[in-house]
Design a protein around this ligand. Sequence first.
Ligand code: BGC
Length: 489
Amino acid sequence: MKSPLASVIAPSLPSVQAPLRPAVELPQTGQNLTPWLLVVLVIVLFSGGLFGYDQGVISGALHGIQNTFSLSPITVEVVTSWVTLGALLGALAAGELADGVGRKRTVLIAGALFTLGSLVQALAPDTVVLVAGRLVIGAGVGVAAVAAPLYAAELAPTNFRGRFVSTYQFAITAGIFLAYLVDGWLSKGDSWRMMLGVSAVPGILLFAVALIAPRSPRWLMMKGRREEAAAVLVKIRPGVDFNPRLDAIETALKEDGKKASWGEVFHRQWRRPLLIGVGLAVFQQITGINAIIYYADQIFASAGFTSQAAQTTVTTWAIGGVNVLATLIAIAYIDQLGRRKLLLAGLLGMAVSLVIVGGAFEFIAAPLAGAVPAKGPSIAGIVTLFALVGFIICFAFSMGPVVWTVINEIFPGHIRGRAVAIATAVNWGSAFLVSQFFLTVIGAIGNSATFWLFALFCVLAWVWIYLRVPETKGQSLEQIQQLWKAPAS
Ligand code: BGC
């Protein structure tokens, strides 16, 4: 995938056990990207990239797998969806791991799972082994989906935190796009083993980079290892006085106690952030993104893009490519404009786009899951294309990156690992339900009404976010924690 940035910058890095030295006090706003923070970014890029790639690649690989193993329809569904199941389980386990063995080691485990899962899939002699490989890769996706953004949120300087976590979303979209491209390149011939196996390479690179990466200072403080936490801060942000930061972390931890059980995550005190995290996770999915990502080919076929080549091109570039580019908008503006403005503007655009798609389908005769019209795209088909591009742009600068950012910054340190894991697992569960039942819902209420239903969910999400989700831009994780002390408005 990408060149191992770490190997380029590693030689110039200070030793991992950098000695404690008094730091010159600099204002917090003067924080720059140091090489160690770039290492954190590389971890985020590989984790998100693998998430996106392994999620996106299966649509192109299925045909070849079917030829090799003559799958029954049920096995096709299992091969497709058990990644989601593995991700759900991986996400839940990752909360425990991230708090227990630490964020960095959890990323190492994710790298190992990605590598193992890719190899098992690529070498599978039968469907049972293939499905086992799908589960393992899914577990890797789930573990990485919790550990990487959490790690990034805890290591990023406050004024870069939104960008760091948005980079994770950028990597997911780049992974999906890359998967579409690889599917296109390898579609001729029986190259499914290559499509699935190639992600072992970034898996190994993720593992290698995580080996040299610093530990999360917040996790070290949770474990009472202040000196090591100080050493990490000196290393990643030389020149910034680490004592006020460590004191703030310590106070926050003291206020909330060190040991968090699962019961504590559900304690009344944390109900607001938990509802916000879970609510955002659900709304991200039920507003339709993966129905469009997974079924784009079929939607475009119904809209009159009849040839396979036309569908692949439109899906790859209009959905995959646009998704990557528009995520850059979030990276550029999330720490300036804030989370709420992006979310509210994006949801408005998503709702309008979906209303237009639903309207256009009123003029398209062919049912989405059924026959394809014989001629090329009609005006309604072109309108659908543009409206879907609008939807993807609006999602990519709002509900995609901002949801992951907020989920990773709202929870107090001692429950963060588990709470993020719950929100992530709920996100995967919702993704599974939407992708599983999209065609069924279309069969029951029709194309237009289905897109309008997604639009309705966008409106509900808008109102709920407007009323319930506070702005977290520019606040340290410890300051955000204080928000939950005030009574809900
Ligand atoms: C979502 C994924 C989705 C992707 C699309 C992510 O934020 O969690 O479910 O496929 O965005 O870009």
